[in-house]
Structure formats: structure tokens, C-alpha cells
Ligand binder design. Structure first.
Ligand code: ADP
Length: 395
């Protein structure tokens, strides 16, 4: 009955899941938030119920104590489901980490050293690791990196056409993100189709608040739309995605906007939110259906960008066997899936409208039987993938 504890730590919060090592069932999940504020908040969920409490949580280690209390009071008992390791989501692994890695003091230094490249995420991820080390001194910690899956990209996919020595000095290249999800979903797609992963050319569309596309050949990432940061690529809830960098220079010259404000503008106030005032795809789709011009334009820009990447990756892969939608929007939005693939019949991509609209939550085919390219919806499960990779490392 052993288990893996999965931790996804932010700067003032962390999410956790306890996952059974054999059945891969989620035994419990929770969120500890507002760490460091006057009143913190914790939730804990199991099959038996949902619990919440509010109390002061001064730091992450105190947050871990709150989590342990929740397990003690509401179950499941950690004595009956002893964790064999703690698996940590770490956003940036740079060019150094290409696989899940046992956390040693040197690995932790390297994770913190990568904070330059992910200032919002890596320090917070390191805080989670340190709290786990204090709380479970006898358990191994494993870091699972969002960037690792994309380390198989060839140099011509990850290199920016920038002064080479400058790029090298500042570690500027494309890294890609959402790797844990792209790996999980592409493997689940092959399994669902009962076809060898090694034989498949796949495109995975991870469409959530953040969104990215990945081209996967024989199970290896060969290109992905996010780059040096998660800003590049698709139009997202609040991020621009691809934009001519000269626009930012122009804005700086014209309005004297500061770097931090510019960062905020392109990451938090743009995307479909900036275009329409709606950040959630449900609201945006409703507004577009009701004929709101700004919402229709935002949806059009969002869908065209997806198509542009599909075309690019079809060409890069030299054809594709499977296209898979995942994450909040990809798993749930019938109009986005239909719109993203509309008019691609001559490229062998034919969505069946009834299959696309059928209410269903598991992995499923939404293309017609005659479609040369199989189109799937596959729910992502990053926590399960982290648990699996953690178990691989600790044996
Ligand atoms: P994150 O990137 O934060 O992990 P998710 O993958 O959970 O996000 O995706 C969240 C987004 O999914 C929401 O902002 C919303 O736009 C979208 N979403 C969730 N449910 C639906 C739905 N039924 N129809 C359309 N979009 C949905």
C-alpha cells in the first residue's frame, strides 16, 4: 500500500496529491495557500469528503505541518499508505536536467541557480523541496522538470537566430514547458490506440490557461511552441504568445513603459483577455456566440494561431498520425476543437461533429473513421506523471 506524495509548490501556496504506487489511484489532494499572510487557508479532499481550515501559516514548512494534520484527521493514514518518496514539480531544468532527478545538495543548488531563467517558479519549487526535506528527512525527494521532455529537441529547433556568443553567455535558447503533460498525453494516446509509441508522429495541443503545442516523433519532443519562457507560441488566456519583438521596443520608446510593467502587460493583461475582456474560454465562447465583436475577433486570433502551429508541425514532422487535445480548454471546449481543425480535410484531418460534441470525460476519438489522421481528446494528469517518474528514480 505504498504511495508517492506529489508537491507542486508556488511562492505562497502549494498543491499536493497522495498517489497509490500500485493502483495509481489518487488517495487525497489538497491546497495550502496564503502562506505568509495573516490568515492562511488549507483544503483537503478525499473520496470521503472535503475539508477546509483557515489559520496562520508562516512558511512552507508550517504548511507541510498543516497538510500532515489533514492526513491525520481526515485520512488516508500515512502509516497505512507510507510514501516512498516525494515528487516535486520543478518548472525549469535548464539545459542541465533532461530526466527526473534525485535531489542531492548539488541538485538543489542547480535548481536555485536556474532561478534567473524562472524567477517566479524555481525559488518557490526549491522552497517546497526544503520543506519536504525538513518534514520527511528520511524520504528521497525527486525533481521532475517541466522542461525535461523537450531536451530532445534538435539544435535547429531550440536555437534563436541571435548573436551566438550572447545567447550562450546568458543561456538564451528555447527550452519549452508543459513537458510533463506532453509526455503523459502522448504516451496515453499511443496506449489508447494500442499502437507502439515509437511508430507514431504526434501533435499534442495542451490548451489551458497557459497553452502550448508539441511535435512528437516516436515519443520524443522535436519542437514545441513555448520557448525561452512560457510566453512564446500560442495565444493564451492572458499572454500574447508570438509577437514581433519590435512591438515591445516601440512601446518602450513611445511610452517609456518600464520592464516590469511590460512584463506584466505581455504576460498578464494580453491574450484573449486583452483582446476581449474575457480570460476564461467558457465566457469567451459564450460572448462570441452572442455576437460580441471583440470576443469573435479574440477567438479568431486564438484559433488561427493554433492552426498556424499545426501547419508548421505537420511540415516539420513530414505528416502526422495523431493530433491530441488536452488540458482545461482542450478537454472541454467543443467549439475550440472544432474551430482549430475546421477546413483541414485536404490535410487528412476530419473531425466528426457528433463525436466531438458527445459528453465524455475519458480518452476518446473525435475524428471520423475515414480520417487518415486520428484526432483524440486525452485528459492530462501531470501529478500522476510526476508520481510515475518519481517511482522510476527511487525504484
Ligand atoms: P492551467 O493552465 O491553469 O492548469 P487548466 O488546464 O485547468 O489550466 O485550464 C483552465 C482553463 O480551461 C480555464 O481558464 C477555462 O478557460 C478552460 N475551461 C475549463 N472548463 C471549460 C469548459 N467546460 N469549456 C471551455 N473551457 C473550459
Amino acid at each position: 500500500m505504498s504511495s508517492v506524495l506529489v508537491i507542486n509548490s508556488g511562492s505562497s501556496s502549494f498543491k499536493y496529491q497522495l498517489i497509490d504506487a500500485d493502483s495509481e489511484q489518487r488517495l487525497a489532494s489538497g491546497l495550502v495557500e496564503r502562506i505568509g499572510e495573516a490568515t492562511g487557508h488549507a483544503t483537503h479532499d478525499t473520496d470521503a469528503g472535503h475539508w477546509e481550515r483557515s489559520l496562520e501559516i508562516p512558511d512552507h514548512t508550517a504548511g507541510f505541518a498543516v497538510m500532515l494534520d489533514a492526513f491525520r484527521e481526515h485520512g488516508p493514514s500515512l502509516d497505512e499508505h507510507p510514501p516512498v518518496a516525494v515528487g516535486h514539480r520543478v518548472v525549469h531544468g535548464g539545459a542541465r536536467f533532461f530526466e527526473p532527478t534525485l535531489v542531492t545538495p548539488l541538485v538543489l543548488i542547480n535548481i536555485e541557480d536556474l532561478s534567473d531563467l524562472a524567477p517566479l517558479h524555481n525559488p518557490a519549487n526549491a522552497q517546497g523541496i526544503k520543506a519536504a526535506q525538513k518534514t520527511f528527512p528520511d524520504l528521497p525527494d525527486v525533481a521532475v522538470f517541466d522542461t525535461a521532455f523537450h531536451q530532445t529537441m534538435p539544435p535547429d529547433a531550440y536555437t534563436y537566430a541571435l548573436d551566438a556568443s550572447l545567447a550562450e553567455r546568458y543561456r538564451i535558447r528555447r527550452y519549452g514547458f508543459h513537458g510533463t503533460s506532453h509526455k503523459f498525453v502522448s504516451e496515453a494516446a499511443a496506449q489508447f490506440l494500442q499502437r507502439p509509441l515509437a511508430d507514431l508522429k504526434q501533435i499534442v495541443l495542451h490548451l489551458g490557461n497557459g497553452a502550448s503545442v508539441c511535435a512528437i516523433d516516436g515519443g520524443l519532443s522535436v519542437d514545441t511552441s513555448m520557448g525561452f519562457t512560457p510566453l512564446e507560441g500560442l495565444v493564451m488566456g492572458t499572454r500574447t504568445g508570438d509577437i514581433d519583438p519590435a512591438v515591445l521596443l516601440y512601446l518602450q520608446r513611445k511610452t517609456r513603459i518600464g520592464v516590469d510593467d511590460l512584463d506584466d502587460l505581455v504576460n498578464k493583461q494580453s491574450g484573449v483577455l486583452g483582446l476581449s475582456g474575457h480570460k476564461d474560454m467558457r465566457d469567451l465562447s459564450r460572448a462570441a456566440e452572442a455576437g460580441e465583436p471583440a470576443a469573435r475577433l479574440a477567438l479568431g486570433v486564438y484559433l488561427r494561431r493554433i492552426k498556424r502551429y499545426l501547419g508548421a508541425y505537420l511540415a516539420e514532422l513530414g505528416g502526422v498520425d495523431v493530433i491530441t487535445f488536452t488540458a482545461g480548454v482542450g478537454e472541454n471546449s467543443v467549439p475550440v476543437r472544432a474551430g482549430a481543425l475546421a477546413g483541414l480535410e485536404r490535410l487528412g484531418i476530419e473531425v466528426d461533429p457528433d463525436r466531438n460534441a458527445a459528453p465524455n470525460h475519458g480518452p476518446r476519438v473525435i475524428s471520423t473513421d475515414a480520417s487518415p489522421v486520428t484526432v483524440l481528446v486525452v485528459p492530462t494528469n501531470e501529478e500522476l506523471e510526476i508520481a510515475r517518474q518519481t517511482l522510476q528514480v527511487v525504484g
